[in-house]
Design a protein around this ligand. Structure first.
Ligand code: CP3
Length: 362
């Protein structure tokens, strides 16, 4: 594919972009989900200075600094914009806050009344609210080493909707599933709103300097239990088709835009369907999926990314070395981006990240 997003000679030489364009690199380039985070003392220091978590997300000085920290320390081949998927509901006018040690809290969208109070897609207030994010992206592209790929991101509509409806992370997504059963038209309307806003949001990230984007469907795993009505299976209806609309909407405005989709918890079958059904270039692979089995089901042009278990990284030692080797073996000769199978957790020892990279790059 001829990428034009963030194009130019330098861009074409970024290892992650080469892999996203279908090249197999050995060793594969690497980054980690949640690579800017609480396992780093320098992150905790900025976090304490910034005030609330959202203050950190909306402050381009602080957000740029924490995004760069893991690049300076480890030299990852990709840098992911520091922000959160929940700035989108916040921009739509929903109350969002992060409670220390507990995670996100939103005023739950219980029904039509709360939905009608949200800002309409296309209202300039939404992108104005998100302007500090675009400023952060621009600064990052200027400050990052030229070989480092800059990734933007957003949450997929179903995952973001599940927080908007439940008001928090709910293990089984009961409130969102109940809405899908009770009022699928309302859920459709919410998903449509999120498709429109997320498309615009990611296009603006590309325009500000992002080289590629990742769409996080972190709650794909709950979808098999969701009613899908007449319209095919739940993974298609509530996840893959909305994501496909975002992907094609972006590419209509950013030709050749490179896009990674991470459908966590969707199983081997779900992962095998991601690229075909969404149009993504790359499939983010969670730690529960057998990479070799997945690779066997994917066309050669589809890129994989993942999938070291975050707990193996906490364990370290010979088990970590073996797990890195197994990923290299499963993806040898194919376009692969090394990553974890979900975000790095705060208790991970930094020397284990160093050991992982040393093993990978040896
Ligand atoms: O380094 C990066 O990966 C970029 C930044 C990033 C964050 N969140 C920062 C963050 C990204 C890409 C996200 C995405 C995100 N946010 C997802 C999808 C990915 C996934 O993990 O499945 C989801 C579901 C969220 C919503 C969210 N944000 C939750 C559930 C939580 C609480 C959990 C926790 O770890 O505390 C957050 C908070 C959050 N987002 C933190 C960070 C670094 C920790 C908050 C802090 O520093 O106090």
């Amino acid at each position: 594919m001829s990428g034009t997003a963030g194009a130019g000679k330098e861009a074409a030489e970024r290892p992650i972009l080469r892999v996203l364009d279908g090249e197999a690199l050995s060793p594969p380039p690497a980054w980690m989900m949640r690579q800017a985070g609480r396992y780093l003392p320098e992150y905790r220091a900025v976090r304490a200075e910034a005030g609330s978590f959202l203050d950190l997300c909306y402050n381009p000085d602080f957000a740029t600094e924490v995004t760069l920290q893991p690049i300076r320390r480890f030299g990852f081949e990709a840098s992911i914009l520091f922000s959160d998927i929940l700035v989108v509901p916040h921009a739509l006018g929903q109350d969002v806050r992060f409670v220390e040690g507990e995670g996100p809290r939103l005023d739950p969208m219980a029904g039509r009344t709360e939905f009608d109070a949200l800002i309409e897609a296309g209202d300039p207030r939404i992108m104005r609210h998100l302007a500090p994010v675009f400023e952060t992206v621009g600064r990052l592209r200027a400050e990052l080493p030229s070989e480092t790929t800059l990734l933007g991101f957003c949450g997929a509509p179903w995952t973001v909707a599940s927080y908007m409806i439940g008001g928090r992370g709910t293990p089984d997504l009961a409130p969102a599933r109940a809405l899908a059963a009770r009022d699928p038209a309302l859920l459709d309307a919410l998903i449509d709103r999120l498709v429109a806003v997320s498309t615009e949001y990611l296009v603006r990230q590309f325009e500000a300097g992002a080289d590629a984007v990742q769409i996080f469907e972190s709650h794909a795993g709950s979808l098999p239990d969701v009613p899908a009505g007449e319209a095919g299976d739940a993974l298609s209806r509530w996840s893959f088709r909305p994501i496909a609309r975002i992907v094609s909407g972006i590419r209509a405005r950013v030709p050749g835009a490179r896009i990674i989709v991470f459908a966590r918890g969707s199983g081997l079958d779900g992962h095998a369907r991601v690229a075909d059904e969404t149009g993504a270039d790359a499939v983010g692979v969670d730690w529960a999926v057998d990479l070799k089995a997945l690779r066997a089901r994917l066309p050669a042009r589809v890129v994989t990314q993942g999938n070291l278990h975050p707990e193996t990284l906490i364990a370290g030692g010979a088990a970590l070395d073996a797990a890195v080797d197994a990923i290299l073996e499963a993806t040898a000769g194919t376009p692969h981006i090394f990553n974890l199978g979900h975000g790095i957790t705060p208790q991970t020892p930094i020397p284990h990240v160093e050991r992982m990279l040393a093993r990978l790059r040896r």
